[in-house]
Structure formats: C-alpha cells, structure tokens
Design a binder for this molecule. Structure first.
Ligand SMILES: Cc1cc2nc3c(=O)[nH]c(=O)nc-3n(C[C@H](O)[C@H](O)[C@H](O)COP(=O)(O)OP(=O)(O)OC[C@H]3O[C@@H](n4cnc5c(N)ncnc54)[C@H](O)[C@@H]3O)c2cc1C
Length: 462
C-alpha cells in the first residue's frame, strides 16, 4: 500500500469503483497527482458484485441452454446438469484476471492507492486509517449497495440480495425475485437456465419498466415461453419463513412459496456517515447532487457514479469520472446526454436501447409528430439461424433524426454500438438506410428497420 499523507494531491478520490477508478486513471494520464482510496476491492461493484460476475453467469446459462437444445441444430449433446463450483470458478477466474489487470493499470499510472475506509474531513481532505489526505479537489465515488423495503430484512440466507445470489453455493429449487428491473430479470434468466422455478414479483405494470413498453411486452412474451413466471402490478406485502424456505405475500392476495427470496428492488447510495453533509454538500435522499459537470455545490468537491442520481451503469460511472478528470485538468468538457447512453439488459433474450421511448417522444413532441418503424427478427437470416425471436423498433420525430432505438432478441446488446452512433450523431433514417450491412448479420436488422423508416422496406411486411 502506497501511502503518502504529506503531499497535497491534485485530486483525492474516495471510492475505487467504475466512477472513481476511471477518474483516477484519466486524471493521472493528464499529469495530475492522484490519490485513490478504496475500502474494499479496486473495481467496486461492477467488477466484483455486478456487471462482470452476472454476465459470466449469464454466459454459463447460455451454454446450458445451448447444450439442452443442441438437438435442434443437429448436434448430439447431453445436458447433465450444472456444476456450480465449476461455474463459480469460471466466473471468479474472469473477475480475477480483470482485477489483476486493473491493479496493474492503477500502479502503472503512478496513482497513490490507499486501502481503507475514508471519510471526508473537509472540502479538501479525506481521512483514512488515522491519516489525512489533502487534495486541491475531491471526487466522491462511494457508489451504491442493494436496497430493501421497510420491514424486509435481508438475512443473507433465505432472503438475499444480488451480492449473496452471486455467491450461493447451491442451486435453489425455487426462487421469488422481488423486482422486475435489470438485476431481477437477469437473475431470473440465469436461474431458469440452471433449472430453478422462478417467479418475479413486480409492483409496476411491466418487467424492465424503464424500457419502451414494446420491449417490455416482448420480454414478457419470451419469459412466458421460457416458463419464467411473473406477477405484475403486484406489491410486496410480506415474507415469512416456512419450514424449507419462504412464503412471499403480495397486496393483491397472492402467496408464493420458494426456497429463497432475492430482493432486487434497486440500489441506494453509500453516503451515510462519510462526512458529506458536514462539509456542506447538498444531498437528496442520500444521493449527492451535482450539476451537468458533476460539480457539487461545494467548489472543491465533485461526485460521480451510483452516488449521484443519474443512470446507475458502469459506463456512466466511467464517463462521469473521465469528465471530472478532464475538467480538473483544464480541458474543455461536454455534459453527458444521458438519453444517449446505451442500456443493455443481458437476460435471454437481451433487451437493448438508446435514446427515448415511443411514449416519451409522444409526450415531448406530440403523438402526431412521432413515427415508428419495426423490424421483426423473423425476417433476419442470422437471427433465424440462432433461432431467436424479437424485434427492432425505431422512434423518429417528424422528418428528423432517430430519437430512440429499442431492440429485443439474442445478442441484441452487441447491436447497441451502432444504435448509439445513430442516436448520438442524430442520423436521419435515409442516411442509415444508405449504409450497407453485412449479410447475414443481426446488424442487418438495424439496417432494415431504417430502410423501413426511410420508406423503402426490403424484407419487411408493411
Ligand atoms: C448485480 C448487478 C449487475 C450489474 N450489471 C451491470 C451491467 O451489466 N452493466 C452496467 O453498466 N452496470 C451494471 N451494474 C451497475 C454497476 O455495477 C454500477 O453502476 C457501477 O459499479 C457504479 O460504479 P461506482 O463507482 O459509482 O460505484 P461502485 O462500483 O459501487 O464503487 C464504489 C466503491 O467505493 C468504495 N467505498 C465506499 N465507501 C467507501 C469509503 N468510505 N472509503 C473507501 N471506499 C469506499 C466501495 O468499496 C466501492 O468499491 C450492475 C450492478 C449490479 C449490482
């Protein structure tokens, strides 16, 4: 552990997750002297308890499904079951490799890395392990942790959070998942593929409620087909322990018995007791408030990542961290357009989007000005080969640019890169229609949707 408490750093960063370490790496690259303080493991939630482990589990789930369904492709294979220690080893090896790489990167940029729990002691200092780290600027990046509901205790045994679910050393026979957002549906997808009887309980009318309603409905149809059960508009009212597990009740009178209850109702900011309020930082329900340049109301303090009330995504944390580092180094920075941030839910089938939903476009621009085009993946050769169903939906305003791209289907997450360019470069449908997409790829479906929107559909039934 490097520990140089006598220096006044250019930037002291509290929290070494996606937001904090991105700020540290970029600031160091720009020649600033940086201290990065982390109480747990460098890489934070995303690397150790979030994006990476869940995506490894989802890939193992995909392998299980492909093995089960191999005969459909004329391949003889026998699915014998899930070797959970083997799955954990695979997942942990992926994490371990990335963790090592990240540690090497931080060391190579000459960042002073401090292990320990930090506390903001003034607008220009953080105390760790009895030592004070002074900075001309402070970046708060303490992230988030799983939330629960009043009266619902996560015991880590039968009532668990995603942190526990990632480390379970057995496969439950049945599970109730409270919350049909990204984390809930990803675990539902993994567990179903691992043979678990899954029921999602969601208070809102749809799964992945932040997505375009069309995407939610397609996912619901696909989940129904997969045998993943869900109760919508069902508010949780209580859980009791039974002899072998839990009984979950909803306000509309449903009772569901299962081995475990996974609470996936969202994540709350880590800010309590860290000295933020004492330093005069404006907060709202635990979130640190920032402007579009990630500045708090205290001039020397910035904040990034899940700690601020923007999209809770790793790549948002990276972008916010980079923005702060560049601003502090005196570069000209541009505020983030959060609608232009790609969003992917990696369940089977995947849900991916960028821009705004059809409903939001109608709300902003008026229904008569919004045009929608859809391309069903049934008409896409590569999707047919993969035996995936789904759709690409485009939202356009008047005769202008595409303001929303919404995709459901296997591997659609990989298409979001092009979708993001289309949205962020404000491409016109006719311009995208002009681009030639390789055949047979799933990217062709994106091209075809634009052909449809430009008024010259090819493999589309209009
Ligand atoms: C199950 C799950 C799946 C996810 N999947 C995805 C995905 O596929 N794609 C995606 O983009 N996002 C995903 N996310 C979200 C993503 O993980 C977060 O948005 C991201 O990690 C936020 O980064 P952060 O730096 O703000 O916070 P964190 O990653 O939470 O990092 C904060 C760090 O601060 C440290 N810290 C806190 N307090 C202190 C203190 N007082 N002193 C020192 N250190 C402190 C913590 O130990 C932690 O390491 C997922 C999250 C979960 C839970």
């Amino acid at each position: 552990m490097a520990n140089d408490a006598s220096t006044v750093f250019d930037v002291v960063i509290l929290g070494g997750g996606s937001g904090g370490y991105a700020a540290a790496l970029r600031a160091a690259q720009l020649g600033l002297q940086v201290a990065l303080i982390e109480k747990g493991e460098l890489g934070g939630t995303c690397l150790h308890r979030g994006c990476i482990p869940t995506k490894a589990l989802l890939h193992a789930a995909e392998v299980a499904d492909e093995t089960r369904e191999a005969a459909q492709f004329g391949v003889k294979a026998t699915f014998e079951g899930i070797d959970l220690p083997g799955v954990h080893k695979y997942k942990d090896d992926v994490i371990g490799g990335l963790y090592k790489g990240l540690q090497g990167l931080v060391a190579s940029r000459k960042i002073t890395y401090v292990t320990g729990e930090g506390r903001l002691s003034s607008p220009t200092s953080v105390d760790v392990n009895g030592q004070r780290y002074e900075g001309r600027h402070i970046v708060l990046a303490t992230g988030s942790v799983p939330k629960s509901l009043p009266g619902l205790t996560i015991d880590g045994n039968r009532v668990i959070s995603s942190d526990h679910a990632l480390k379970l050393d057995y496969i439950p026979k049945s599970a109730v998942i409270l919350g049909g957002g990204v984390i809930g549906v990803e675990f539902a997808s993994v567990w179903k593929s691992f043979g678990v009887d899954v029921t999602i309980v969601e208070a809102l009318p749809h799964l992945v409620p932040l997505e375009d309603e069309g995407s939610s409905k397609l996912l619901e149809r696909a989940f129904r087909k997969r045998g993943i059960k869900f109760e919508l508009k069902a508010r949780f009212s209580g859980v009791e322990y039974t002899e072998s597990g839990v009984r979950v009740s909803t306000e509309n009178g449903k009772q569901i018995d299962a081995d475990v209850l996974l609470v996936a109702i969202g994540r709350g900011p880590v800010s309590q007791g860290l000295g933020y309020e004492e330093s005069g930082i404006a907060m709202d329900r635990g979130y640190v408030l920032v402007d579009e340049y990630m500045r708090t109301n205290v001039p020397t303090v910035s904040a990034v990542g899940d700690l601020v009330p923007t999209l809770q995504l790793a790549h948002v944390g990276f972008a916010e961290g980079i923005l702060v580092a560049e601003r502090l180094a005196g570069l000209q920075v541009v505020p983030i357009d959060y609608d232009g941030v790609p969003r992917v839910t990696y369940c089977n089938p995947e849900v991916a989007s960028v821009g705004i939903s059809e409903a939001k476009a109608k709300e902003i621009y008026g229904a008569e000005k919004v045009k929608v085009a859809k391309f069903n993946l049934a008409g896409n050769g590569k999707s047919k080969i993969l035996k995936t169903a789904g759709e690409i939906k485009l939202v356009q305003v008047e005769d202008g640019a595409v303001v929303g791209v919404h995709m459901v289907g296997a591997r659609m997450g990989e298409q979001v890169g092009e979708a993001q360019l289309i949205y962020n470069w404000e491409a016109l449908p006719a311009e995208v229609a002009q681009l030639i997409h390789a055949h047979p790829t799933q990217s062709e479906a994106l091209g075809e949707a634009h052909l449809a929107l430009a008024g010259k559909p090819l493999h589309n039934h209009d």
